[in-house]
Design a protein around this ligand. Structure first.
Ligand code: GLN
Length: 447
């Protein structure tokens, strides 16, 4: 059924870069055989899933939305997709994304622009826009994305689905193509909180192949799915309700907070005064890390290679000039500049210090509340092309999600209403380190 929906909708939606029909049918048949033989089946047996195309899948094209990986067939499998296969999930394809996960609209993909299923003239958000659109349009039941500054939560918000960025280190990133390594995290999309919780269950856990992986006990997340918020202390981040927030988004989120109160939550206003420095801090740290991570694409080991180069040096430069898109080049240049001697202290080191201050704001907040809430994004989905000429206005899309990555915290977006055009609005719920249970419980009770 998922493959049929994909066939029907893809000409318009363009959520997938690769559809893995044969493989999916073979995986589904395997589950059938297990059932017929009376064997035990996995947690996600037979569930169609979309995988963001920056996760390595052995022998299956993995492009990262970039020309530079146009012909890349990974020789190995990411830990998350290995775990999903073991849980019986059926991968139906690789989803579209902004090139190297840099963007907020999926328009930076070198291949295609994904449409928002609610209004195909609009963007699905980004960078995991393909995954969010695919789940929203029933092309798969759940999907994986990655979130460095909001790339799961903002598209979830724009497409009216649930998206969760777990605590930094909870999910192994072995086989995730790196963008900004101190921020990247893989997480689930689902149409319901329960679906997202089940997918998290299948992918969370320690992995010796990722040096940032946390060696912690993984709880049963479904235990957190109780529809009761009695005594739950919910903090509303004051600073997220200021300038730049659409009125209709503010109203929907305020209404959602009222509902949390009716469900028994104790609502408090919380100030995170350094929250507003999140965006500029991110746009120093993330490009710096990206400039180092993307140095490996040189045309030698794998990926695209410029053909007519006359020397090794010109092969490097032409490969990168031809293989990378505008936004990726912009970030490599910003990052290289910020890390260069003479500027390192003024930009990179300063940004790291501000990052610590932002983290301290959250630490102080979590002394008096269990979860924090805010809008996910200041606006609903915008029209394709509307912001492509103005990177700063595009960057503002992640104003409220970025601080969560800087602090390594879990954050979830779930639908909380619609604007006048019928476009979905997202509520962001943020938890303390490894308190995915609190986040899921709050979301589940509201939902
Ligand atoms: N939209 C942000 C950016 O452009 C965040 C991307 C992400 O989380 N991968 O960098």
């Amino acid at each position: 059924a998922a493959l049929e929906t994909i066939n029907q909708l893809e000409p318009q939606l363009k959520s997938f870069l690769t559809v893995t029909t044969e493989q999916a049918m073979a995986q589904a048949k395997q589950v059938d055989a297990q059932l017929a033989a009376g064997e035990e089946i996995g947690l996600l047996a037979g569930i169609p899933i979309g995988i963001k195309d920056n996760l390595c899948t052995k022998g299956i094209r993995t492009t990262c939305g970039s020309q530079i990986l146009n012909n890349f067939l990974p020789p190995y499998e990411s830990t998350v997709t290995t775990k999903l296969a073991a849980a019986g999930a059926v991968m139906v394809g690789k989803t579209n994304l902004d090139e190297f996960a840099m963007g907020s609209s999926t328009e930076n993909s070198a291949y295609q622009v994904t449409a928002n299923p609610w209004d195909t003239a609009r963007v699905p958000g980004g960078s995991s826009g393909g995954s969010a659109a695919a789940v929203a349009a029933d092309e798969c039941v759940v999907a994986l994305g990655s979130d460095t500054g909001g790339s799961i939560r903002q598209p979830a918000s724009f497409c009216g689905v649930v998206g969760l960025k777990p605590t930094y280190g909870l999910v192994s990133r072995y086989g995730l193509v790196a963008y900004a390594s101190s921020l990247d995290q893989i997480g689930p999309f689902g149409r319901t909180v329960e679906d997202a919780a089940l997918l998290l269950q299948a992918i969370a856990g320690y992995d010796p192949q990722d040096s940032t992986s946390l060696d912690v006990e993984i709880p049963d997340y479904t235990q957190a799915l109780v529809p009761d918020l009695k005594g739950k202390r919910v903090g509303v981040i004051k600073e997220t309700f200021g300038e730049g927030l659409d009125k209709v988004v503010a109203e929907a989120v305020e209404k959602a907070i009222e509902q949390l109160k009716e469900l028994g939550a104790e609502i408090q206003e919380i100030s995170c005064p350094r929250f507003r420095y999140g965006l500029p801090t991110y746009y120093v740290i993330a490009p710096s890390e990206a400039s180092a991570n993307l140095a490996r694409y040189d045309g030698v080991k794998y990926g695209y290679r410029a053909e007519d180069a006359e020397s090794l040096m010109s092969m490097y430069t032409q490969t990168r000039a031809q293989g990378f898109g505008t936004e990726v080049k912009r970030r490599i240049m910003i990052g290289t500049y910020a890390l260069s001697s003479g500027y390192y202290d003024a930009y990179y080191l300063k940004a790291q210090k501000v990052r610590t201050l932002i983290k301290q704001d959250f630490e102080a907040a979590f002394e008096s509340v269990d979860v924090l809430v805010s809008p996910t994004s200041p606006t609903t989905s915008f029209k394709a092309g509307e912001k492509t000429a103005d990177p700063i206005s595009m960057y503002l899309s992640d104003l409220m999600t970025i601080p969560v990555n800087l602090a390594g915290l879990p954050g979830l977006s779930l639908p909380c209403g619609f604007d006048a055009q019928g476009l979905p609005i997202g509520l962001q719920i943020i938890g303390n380190i490894l308190r995915e249970d609190q986040v899921l419980q709050t979301a589940y009770a509201y939902e």
